[in-house]
Design a protein around this ligand. Sequence first.
Ligand code: HEM
Length: 217
Amino acid sequence: MLKEEDYFAHHVTEPFRFGERRRERGFWRAFLESFAYLPPFNRMFGKVSPSYAESYWYCMGGLTFFSFLLLLVTGLILTFFGPTWWSGTHAGIVMKSMHYWSAQAFFFFLFLHIIRVWLTGAYRGKRWVNYAIGFVTFFLSLGENLFGLLARGDWESQFVSMHSDDMLFTAPFLRLISPENFTSALIIHVALIPFVLVVLIGVHVTLVKLQGIARPL
Ligand code: HEM
């Protein structure tokens, strides 16, 4: 029989026996959980999650992270082969679609993650720093999304760049970047913002690892 402190214990390193877990949580849950005890998965997590984090809501940050990795990999491939490839070949169009849908998944999971963080009050105490980092990451991601759309090069993209150009040129300080300049939109989208995002998301996830998961309100 598992004691309550076993669920909360961050120091647990020995796996609970399968039969014991099956009695506690049913066959399928115990079976799926077993993967966390097998190499290479067991070395990926130094800790056992506390019981209050055993909910799909707490997976949303991880799924956002996973979508971000997909965005990086597909984005690197697209950049490597270039615009003629991604809009003119079957493989290129498939890769472009994967990049597009990864972005949809990224924002979908990100919204659910933010809702989870609000509802569990996970921004309390020292975690405000990580909340602030997440906040900046969110707005940068919106910018990344806009420049991605500008870099796509199709009709919709040209339409949006024309309109954002009109808007930006009425603002005093933003004239340095013209959204109609494909090269600058591409560089901002594939190099500048992604670099900052990689650093911010890296720090965000490392802080979660160091601070642990907050108890819900
Ligand atoms: C690129 C975007 C983001 C990624 C990849 C990401 C990833 C993660 C991951 C993996 C966790 C661990 C717990 C969980 O999954 O629920 C987490 C926790 C957290 N995130 Fe994010 N996050 C992102 C954006 C944000 C945003 C926009 C905010 C808030 C404005 C935020 C605030 C927090 C806070 C406060 C925690 C600590 C939660 C706790 O201790 O319970 N994150 N994040």
